[in-house]
Design a protein around this ligand. Structure first.
Ligand code: SIN
Length: 276
């Protein structure tokens, strides 16, 4: 078995095959995977067969795991892992599930002072069709803005708060409830590239704007930012381990399937630094 790396889309993403992360892997292979992730912002490692402990060990090749505020979804034996099971999703008025991460394009956990640098998901069960995740390259979204918008947005800050989700306990809502201020335009600490950095659902408002003005601003910004040419839609295969860079990418879980069919993902986040 030998590692093979292949681009997934023009905008972002590398597919890795020929690597088994349940066993120890050489330093050379780890470096090749890290480089692919750094250059292409998202890595799909196909065809993995991992216990929870092996999954955590694999993800820790890329950084330190971080506590998630998703209290009711955390695995008892391995609380670093949140189990996203579509059958437990809240149901909307249309009778369809509203899985975690499906409300808007976002980066993760911006209600933390140091939000996660990366998120990983491992696919254990999939619906017959759909259950895709969308990813957008927010460096390209920033770079496509006219210069006057870049100059304006560069100075803006978002005020972030935890959302009122049913799977977060009151204790966690309180513990992770303090407002966190982050720059709207973030510079990647390793590559120096700027990106639009926002979780619309957690953005209480843009600093200095009223609520309505802020909501309208964020809606307009996201409508401009997410474009086919800067995006990639991942169609999951069982055994996919996908890891992406939250400092560079926005993502969304599509509601394109029947949530009563089992879509089960193990989700882990990796510690990041203070956005600047
Ligand atoms: C998330 O937003 O973290 C979950 C995405 C997904 O389940 O596809």
């Amino acid at each position: 078995m030998s590692l093979s790396l292949k681009p997934l889309a023009d905008a972002l993403g590398t597919e890795a095959t020929g690597v088994d992360l349940s066993a120890s892997v050489s330093e050379e292979i780890v470096e090749a995977l890290k480089e692919a992730l750094r250059d292409n912002l998202l890595l799909v490692v196909r065809d993995q067969h991992l216990s929870a402990a092996q999954y955590l060990a694999a993800v820790r090749l890329f950084g330190e795991t971080m506590e998630q505020h998703l209290s009711d979804l955390l695995m008892e034996e391995h609380p670093e892992i949140a189990v996203l099971d579509s059958r437990n999703s809240p149901v909307g008025n249309d009778g369809r599930g509203i899985p975690l991460g499906s409300k808007d394009w976002h980066t993760d956990h911006t209600n933390h002072a140091n939000p996660p640098k990366m998120t990983a998901m491992y696919a254990l069960s999939l619906p017959r069709a759909g259950g895709d995740t969308g990813f957008a390259n927010m460096h390209l979204a920033y770079e496509a803005l006219p210069d006057e918008d870049k100059a304006h947005f560069d100075g803006l800050k978002t005020v972030n708060r935890i959302e009122n989700n049913p799977y977060v306990s009151d204790a966690h809502k309180k513990r992770f409830g303090a407002a966190q201020i982050h720059p709207l335009i973030r510079t990647h600490p390793e590559t120096g590239r700027k990106a639009i950095y926002i979780h619309p659902g957690k953005t209480e408002r843009i600093e200095g704007m009223g609520e309505d003005e802020s909501d309208a601003f964020v809606d307009r910004l996201m409508a401009r930012a997410i474009q086919p040419e800067n995006s990639y839609r991942h169609q999951w295969q069982l055994g996919d381990l996908v890891i992406w860079d939250n400092r560079s990418i926005s993502h969304i879980a599509y509601r394109d399937y029947d949530h009563k069919e089992r879509r089960i993902m193990h989700r882990v986040i990796l510690a990041g630094d203070t956005p600047v």
